[in-house]
Design a protein around this ligand. Sequence first.
Ligand code: RP5
Length: 301
Amino acid sequence: MYKAFVRGLSDLQAMAAQVHTKARTPVYGKGQTVNRFPVPDDKVPWSVAFPEYKPTYFEDAKLKKASYADPDILNNKAAPALKFNGTDAGELNRVSHEGRYSLDPDGLPLNPRGRTGIRGRGCLGRWGPNHAADPIVTRWKRDPKTGAKVVDPASGRPVLQFVSILRGDVKEWAIPGGMVDCGEEVSATLKREFGEEALDSTMADAAGKAALAAKVEAAFNHGVDLYKGYVDDPRNTDNAWMETVAVNFHDEDGDGLAMFQLHAGDDAIGVCWKDISRDLKLYASHHQFVEKAVQLRGAHW
Ligand code: RP5
């Protein structure tokens, strides 16, 4: 089990209170031409009246055939009931890290962070929370000649690096996270996604796969939980949203994780050790998650 990292409740509360912005980007999804109904900041909370609100209905056509997706419970009234705020048979977790979520008059889950301008699932497979896991793998930046930690001259703090992937869908740098499969432990998702996206384990033969899995297994023993909750993801809608568990795996001495041969795989089209600073532009809420690793390690920001 991971050691809990508690930086003080006020920190998490400040984050929780943030109004989502990427979940309100004017045009929805990659290569789509779906416009979100504009939602001003002050109209985001469901508790604030917004009688003019007419969200655009959108569900990606691919969801109809996707084996991982829920049935269309809005348009198919004969679809089996889903166990919202609970766990479905087959161990599908529909509980939110954010607490109990409400359902609208049609029985659709309501985004706990408020309006997004899109009704329906968009391109997310699950109604309600879509659970993911994000491994934040870090090491210190070192001088290639001396091996000494590189210190930022302005902050006087050592520079932390993390394994970042370039997402093939939106071409943005991100943590190599991914969806938790039905019945899967988060700890297994963290290892699997890192292996697939940052080490390209899917392309290895059986022996290579086993060797990579063993390496990741050993290196991912001591993680520190950084965050659990809502992700401000551009795919979020009023009725489907991303949540994650972000865990830091740190190589203090630079002789373990730091030595992994990185190869982009699966949905990633690039991978590298990225210097961390406040100027990074990252996918979804990943900037905030990486900042938490910086605070934990006392690094430059
Ligand atoms: C983000 O989407 C999560 O933080 C995670 O990194 C990612 C999971 O989605 P896929 O990469 O599987 O599309 O919200």
